[in-house]
Design a protein around this ligand. Structure first.
Ligand code: SAM
Ligand code: SF4
Length: 350
């Protein structure tokens, strides 16, 4: 992975200024990966065996995560999404949420804390998470069929995931979103069923186009299920009309039979939304990334662990600005010269 040189002052804005890149995009959303470990082994994300786990000593502590988030919040980042790997595997997850939820934006508003999870252990943890300040949940569920779930995730845990979704549905956390990666000959005959399941749970179903982020590097542009195919399958059951006002959201949404229920599609491959991207990422081992598909990372660990207090805040801020400054106008998945990042999705943070 190429490492950029230490950021120079030239061209970078100052602490407290919004994080604006050279294409005018203001960054307000930080995705924080809490671990690369997971209770599942989804084929499109992780290998079955032989994963090279991040060294435990390199994993950011709660204090380090909160320090980066505090500095980002002072620069106008207002949404923090916890992900992984599986964020609920962190034994200190409630503490992470509680301390992040105490942060404020420069105008004094509470920040928004969200999480993307596979739902396992959610029932037991949800009361504590909600009390700590978690506001929104996205839960991943690619199939409702046990045999498929086992093949796809290499673990027989569908009941645990369904239990987590039921707990989330019964909680007050809204909007509740369910995510499925649409895969040919795996779950593409289940799309209508998944939407009906989501609606029955007061949730919004969102289908994700499969992206070239699998550890096995087996992604194939020619066989992936596209947004057009997803919409065609759903149109056989519902009349779909676009929901206006997408802003920077990854999912484009459609009303089902005029609403109020909606379905979303995250079409990173066939309809990229990079022009409105307001996201940056922090990996569990302290690397800042300006894009899921970037092959460059900005290492915060030496700053977090090697600088004196004042210099530390300034160093993190400069690295945030350097990361944003280096952001390209868009990913290049569709470019023949595209190079898949070395890390799998579980180590980047989805
Ligand atoms: N373990 C949690 C989960 O599964 O929700 C959080 C991390 S996971 C990496 C975040 C999201 O990325 C999930 O919704 C997952 O389906 C999605 N994802 C993982 N690999 C993907 C790929 N190759 N293409 C598209 N989405 C992917
Ligand atoms: Fe784990 Fe989420 Fe990756 Fe599946 S998609 S292996 S649940 S990190």
């Amino acid at each position: 992975m190429p490492r950029p040189a230490a950021p120079a002052d030239a061209g970078l804005s100052r602490p407290g200024d919004p994080l604006v890149d050279t294409h005018g995009r203001v960054h307000r959303d930080l995705r924080i990966s809490l671990t690369d470990r997971c209770s599942l082994r989804c084929t499109y994300c992780m290998p079955e065996q032989g994963n090279e786990w991040l060294a435990k000593s390199s994993i950011l502590t709660v204090d380090e995560i909160v320090d980066v988030a505090r500095i980002a919040a002072a620069d106008g980042v207002s949404t923090f999404r916890l992900t992984g790997g599986e964020p609920l595997l962190r034994t200190d997850i409630v503490d992470v949420v509680r301390r992040l939820a105490a942060l404020r934006t420069p105008d004094g508003r509470p920040v928004d804390i969200a999480m993307t999870t596979n739902g396992i252990r959610l029932r037991e943890l949800l009361p504590g998470l909600a009390d700590a300040g978690l506001r929104r949940l996205n839960i991943s569920i690619d199939t409702l069929r046990r045999d498929r779930f086992r093949d796809l995730t290499r673990r027989d845990r569908l009941d645990d995931v369904l239990d987590g979704i039921a707990a989330a549905a019964a909680s007050g956390l809204r909007p509740l979103k369910l995510n499925a990666v649409a895969m040919r000959d795996v779950n593409d005959d289940e799309l209508v069923e998944l939407v009906e399941f989501a609606v029955a749970h007061g949730a919004q179903m969102r289908f994700i186009e499969q992206m070239p982020l699998d550890a096995g590097h087996t992604w194939d542009r020619a066989t992936m299920v596209t947004q057009d195919e997803i919409l065609a399958a759903l149109s056989e059951r519902w009349n779909l009309t676009p929901v206006p006002g997408r802003a920077g959201a990854p999912a484009a949404r459609w009303f089902l039979d005029g609403g109020p229920h909606t379905v979303g599609v995250i079409a990173s491959v066939t309809a990229p939304f990079c022009g409105d991207c307001d996201r940056l990422r922090l990996t569990a081992d302290g690397q800042l990334r300006n894009c899921l598909f970037s092959t460059t990372e900005y290492d915060l660990l030496p700053i977090l662990r090697g600088s004196a207090d004042g210099a530390r805040d300034e160093g993190v801020d400069r690295m945030l600005r350097s990361c944003i400054h280096g952001k390209l106008p868009g990913h290049a998945i569709n470019d023949p010269a595209f190079l898949q990042p070395a890390r799998g999705m579980n180590a980047i943070g989805g």
